[in-house]
Ligand binder design. Structure first.
Ligand code: CA2
Length: 149
């Protein structure tokens, strides 16, 4: 049966490509989902891309992943730095979790240097622009045993 990967984006990432291109690039969130989906299909996975600006809705998506997703690629946005609720939800999820940040959070304000989610994630990508999502998918394929490395 085809395994599904959840691509979850948090608050304000619906504005991708529409504002602050110097920080977050010119690709829209729809472009990102399309690129990752093409790659996922080539690797034999289904992709479900979702985004919310609401912490509880993100928690619900992670709960949904417990039944439906073989792995989670998540950019929790600003909630990375604040949300124990999202961390707890991810703790209840058994599959691999990869965290993506478009910008290099370690080169920015100190309040962005700590991510609760990183304490749960198998791996973290930061500062690779929107390409980071595709790199995370490559890694997810390895973690799920669909690609050798
Ligand atoms: O670098 C990242 O991916 C972040 O997760 C983005 C978050 C920020 O709070 C994190 O510290 C790092 C902010 C997302 C804002 O997204 C926008 C995209 C385009 C235009 C405006 C905001």
């Amino acid at each position: 049966m085809t395994q599904t990967i959840f691509l979850i984006n948090g608050p304000n990432l619906n504005l991708l490509g529409l504002r602050q291109p110097e920080m977050y690039g010119r690709e829209t969130l729809a472009d990102v989902a399309q690129n990752v989906r093409v790659k996922a299909t080539a690797l034999g996975f289904a992709l479900e891309a979702m985004q919310s600006n609401h912490e509880g809705a993100l928690v619900d998506m992670i709960h949904q992943a417990r039944q439906s997703a073989a792995g989670i690629i998540i950019n929790p946005g600003a909630y990375s730095h604040t949300s124990i609720a999202i961390l707890d939800a991810l703790m209840s999820y058994e599959g691999p979790v990869l965290e993506v940040h478009i910008s290099n959070i370690h080169k920015r304000e100190t309040f962005r240097h700590y991510s609760y989610v990183s304490t749960r994630a198998e791996g973290v990508i930061a500062g690779f622009g929107t390409q980071g999502y595709e790199l995370a998918l490559d890694r997810m394929a390895v973690l799920l045993g669909a690609a050798a490395r």
